[in-house]
Design a binder for this molecule. Structure first.
Ligand SMILES: *Cc1c(COP(=O)(O)O)cnc(C)c1O
Length: 373
C-alpha cells in the first residue's frame, strides 16, 4: 500500500534532459499584458512579401491532404537561387529543427558540442538534448574568437556551432577566419555554420560557407525563412552540405515537416527577391543610422557592438543600465531583448524596426541617458 509520504512512481527524464532550460522567446507584451511594439525577436519590420501572402491564401485550399514530404519544388527553387544541387538541400521546421538534428545525428552522451560564449542559445539546448556536453569557448569582445574555439577542441568534440552573423551579438567573421576555423578542425568534426542572418550580409562580404558546404565533407550551412523573408510564423528552415550529411538529417527529420501552406508561401517568397533586397537595404540604412545615434551617447556609456545582422546589441557601462533602459523603452511602448539569462545583463538587443521606430527609440535612449545619475 502506498502511504501518503511515498512518491508515486512516474516516468524518469534523462539526466541530460533535466539540465535543459527551455528556450526563452522574445516577448510581445509588457508585464501588465499591454501589447507593445515588438523589437525583441529579429522579425522583419516590412512584414512579408505581398506575393508570398497571396500564394499562402491560394494554398490554403485543401488541408485534408498531406504536403509533399520532400518539399521538392521549394528545394529546387532554393537550388536555382543559390547555385546548389537540390538533392544537397534538406528542409526543417525552422532552422531550429535542423540545428537540433545536426547535434543528434553526430553527437551523444560522452561527446562534446562546442560553440563560442554568447552564441545562439539554441546550441546549448541542442547539445543537451542528445546527451552531449556543451563546451563554451571564450569570446573576443563579444565576438567569435577562432583561436579560442580551436583551443577548446578535444578528442570528444563532434560538432562545432558557429552563427555567422551571430545572435545576440551581431558579430561576424569573414571568409579567411571561417576557412581558418574549418582548416583547424579534424575532418571528423561537423562544423555547422548557422546563417540565419546570411541574407543581411552585404555583397562582397560573403563568408564562404556555401563553398565549404559544397566542397568538403564536414560543413553544414543552415538558413531560414524566419528573418529576411518575414516568415517566422511558418517555421521553415533549410540546410545544405555533403550528400551524406543531408542523408542523415533526412532520416531523422519529421516526415512532413513543412506544411502545405508553408511550402507554397516560401516558394513565392523566394521568387520575390525585390522584397528581399528592399528588406536588406532598409536594414543597412536604418542600422547605420541607429548605430550612429547610439554612438553619439558614448559619453553616457552606451556602445553599439558592430552588427552584420538585423539588430544591434548595445552595451551599457554608464549610469543608465541595460535593465533600466529595457524598462524605460517598455514604458515608451517598445519591447526589446534584455539578456541576463545569457550572461549579458549589461546588454540590450534591439531589432531594427521602421525608421520612425528607430528615431523614437534613439530619442528615448538619449532622454534616459541624460536623466540617469
Ligand atoms: C532566428 C535564428 C534562427 C532561426 O530559427 P528558425 O527556427 O529558423 O526560426 C537560427 N539561428 C539563429 C542564430 C537565429 O538568430
Amino acid at each position: 500500500m502506498a502511504s501518503a509520504t511515498d512518491t508515486p512512481a512516474r516516468p524518469t527524464p534523462k539526466d541530460w534532459i533535466l539540465g535543459i532550460h527551455a528556450y526563452v522567446p522574445g516577448k510581445s507584451t509588457g508585464a501588465d499584458g499591454q501589447v507593445l511594439t515588438k523589437l525583441s525577436a529579429n522579425e522583419n519590420p516590412l512584414g512579408t512579401s505581398p506575393l508570398a501572402l497571396a500564394a499562402r491564401g491560394e494554398a490554403a485550399g485543401d488541408p485534408s491532404r498531406y504536403p509533399d514530404p520532400d518539399s521538392t519544388a521549394l528545394r529546387q527553387a532554393l537550388g536555382r537561387l543559390h547555385g546548389l544541387p537540390a538533392d544537397r538541400i534538406v528542409m526543417g521546421t525552422g532552422s531550429d529543427e535542423l540545428l537540433n538534428l545536426a547535434a543528434q545525428a553526430f553527437a551523444g552522451p560522452g561527446d562534446e558540442v562546442l560553440y563560442v560564449r554568447f552564441g545562439f542559445s539554441v546550441y546549448d539546448i541542442a547539445a543537451r538534448r542528445c546527451g552531449a556536453t556543451p563546451v563554451v569557448a571564450p569570446d573576443r569582445d563579444y565576438g567569435t574568437d577562432v583561436d579560442a574555439l580551436l583551443a577548446h577542441v578535444t578528442d570528444r568534440t563532434r560538432v562545432v556551432f558557429l552563427a555567422n552573423p551571430n545572435n545576440p551579438t551581431g558579430s561576424y567573421i569573414g571568409r579567411s577566419e571561417v576557412a581558418r576555423l574549418h582548416a583547424g578542425l579534424r575532418p571528423d568534426i561537423l562544423l555547422v555554420i548557422d546563417q540565419a542572418y546570411g541574407e543581411y550580409v552585404e555583397a562582397g562580404e560573403d563568408d564562404g560557407a556555401f563553398e565549404l558546404a559544397a566542397t568538403t565533407h564536414n560543413v553544414l550551412v543552415t538558413r531560414t525563412f524566419s528573418k529576411i523573408y518575414g516568415l517566422a510564423g511558418e517555421r521553415i528552415g533549410w540546410a545544405t552540405g555533403d550528400a551524406a550529411l543531408v542523408d542523415m538529417l533526412n532520416r531523422i527529420r519529421g516526415p512532413f515537416n513543412i506544411a502545405l501552406t508553408g511550402q507554397a508561401t516560401a516558394l513565392a517568397a523566394l521568387e520575390d527577391q525585390a522584397f528581399v533586397s528592399a528588406s536588406r537595404e532598409h536594414n543597412l540604412a536604418e542600422r547605420a543610422r541607429f548605430e550612429a545615434a547610439v554612438n553619439a551617447l558614448g559619453n553616457h556609456g552606451l556602445r553599439p557592438l558592430p552588427s552584420k545582422a538585423n539588430f544591434v546589441l548595445i552595451e551599457f557601462t554608464g549610469a543608465l543600465t541595460a535593465e533600466a533602459a529595457y524598462n524605460g523603452l517598455m514604458q515608451h511602448g517598445y519591447i526589446t531583448r534584455w539578456l541576463p539569462g545569457q550572461g549579458l545583463p549589461q546588454c540590450l538587443r534591439i531589432t531594427i524596426g521602421t525608421a520612425a521606430q528607430m528615431d523614437d527609440i534613439a530619442a528615448a535612449l538619449r532622454q534616459m541617458a541624460e536623466a540617469a545619475r
